[in-house]
Design a protein around this ligand. Sequence first.
Ligand SMILES: *[C@@H]1O[C@H](CO)[C@@H](O)[C@H](O)[C@H]1NC(C)=O
Length: 488
Amino acid sequence: MALTFKTRAPRWAGQPSTFFLLLNACLVTALIHYWTTGLQSSHHSVSVWVGHENEHEHEHNYQQAPAPSPPACGLEDAMRAKYGEDILARSRAYEGSNARLRRVLRDARAGKPIKIAVLGGSVTKGQGVKRHEIWANVFADWWKQEFPDAEMTMQNGAVAATGSRYMSMCFLEHVDDDADIIFTEFAVNDQRNEPNAESFEWLLRQLLELPKRPAVINVQTFGLGYAQLTTGGDVHIAFANYYDAPLISLRNALLPQLLETRSAAPSYFAKLHTGVTDFKHINNRGHQMLADLLIAYTQRQLCTLSHPTSSHSLSLPSYDNLPVDVEGIPPLRLFQNYNDPPAPRLSPYCSSTRTLKTPLVPAFNDGKWENWTFTATGGSAKTYIRATEPGAKIGFKVPVRGGMGRVRVSFLQSSTFGLGICKCWLDEAKDEAVLVDGFWQSPLNLAGTQTVTNKASIGEHMLWCELTGHTRDPEGRTEFRLIGVDAA
Ligand SMILES: *[C@@H]1O[C@H](CO)[C@@H](O)[C@H](O)[C@H]1NC(C)=O
């Protein structure tokens, strides 16, 4: 029976090569475009500068020795002294136009109140560090010094052990919808597969569509305790590019040195209560560096604002007179075909045990499901609706507001907690029930999501789940831990 949903995997299996071919093509095109347009503009400025007589000669020289350019941005003394410009440059995995961020920075300089929202996993929640050491808080402290006259509020909506599959439907449970800047941190909690990439894209689109057109900045941490050095964050880069949402990577800036001097690695990661290094969670030094990279990045954008002659700050009509909305959102998702209709705007419903806004409360419970909180030593509390007895049945009201017709459940996956298989269906369609398996082979304990249906009509539905007696747990246990229900 468990095979039923394992068949979901092959749908994506043949895709990555095509995906990376496209990604490569995009990068090459972008490079060629950058190179050619860069060359054109230097020709232009040189001919204005030197006049016609010896234009040719100077034009040649220009390639060797650039004329004095606007003050270099991003070389703020403190950060350059600390890390060096090479490392700061490497950290900027995608820089982009920064049209939205520069608008927000102008507002902050003008003294307008600014709201910053943060979404991410346990690193951003602060596992292994003190509250004031969390990268987002270090950044906030810098911001308050930089903009002493503008009120700033930061909302940290990180949820441990969840990735963008959960957050793409549930982010509004964790942050308000009126942020000016939103940081995402999903590189390590998203495993490297295409369903996660698709969720990350939905998340980015919805964040960019929020009322205040927030600047979305992707922050990537990394770990040495994962099966591979590459994680879901590497697939996110394509979306950062397509949506022009900057990406700052701690791995880019730090991993090369740690590979060269392996003995230095533990000094950037937290310690478990046993004294063993937790290579999944950076410590205060790692958080400080991540914050510094982000601060250096923001200073670089501030610098372009202060030097309006720099090419970055010119808001030009687009190349070839094609209109462009630099703050706009492409109508198509990157996962769509060119001839597809525009992607719908989603208005997801999300109900979860991890939030107070729309807590997961059953409309039906046979009494065998209970609210249950688990706190690992040194970890944060995680709440579930749990059952252990086969046959336990629970029901939730689910409003479907349209866009995808999709209803999903979120639940815990683990290889060690003795998790079994639940059966979930919508309304009366018990014969189309899907199996939701809490057991998986991965050593990680992570929230999973499973689609119950992709063809729900708009309106209110009932989602039913019933614990089966089946399990893949080697000890035959049948516990199940529900986290949430979502629909879009
Ligand atoms: C969990 O607690 C809430 C609030 O007390 C309650 O309304 C809800 O029914 C409980 N859920 C379960 C599964 O017992």
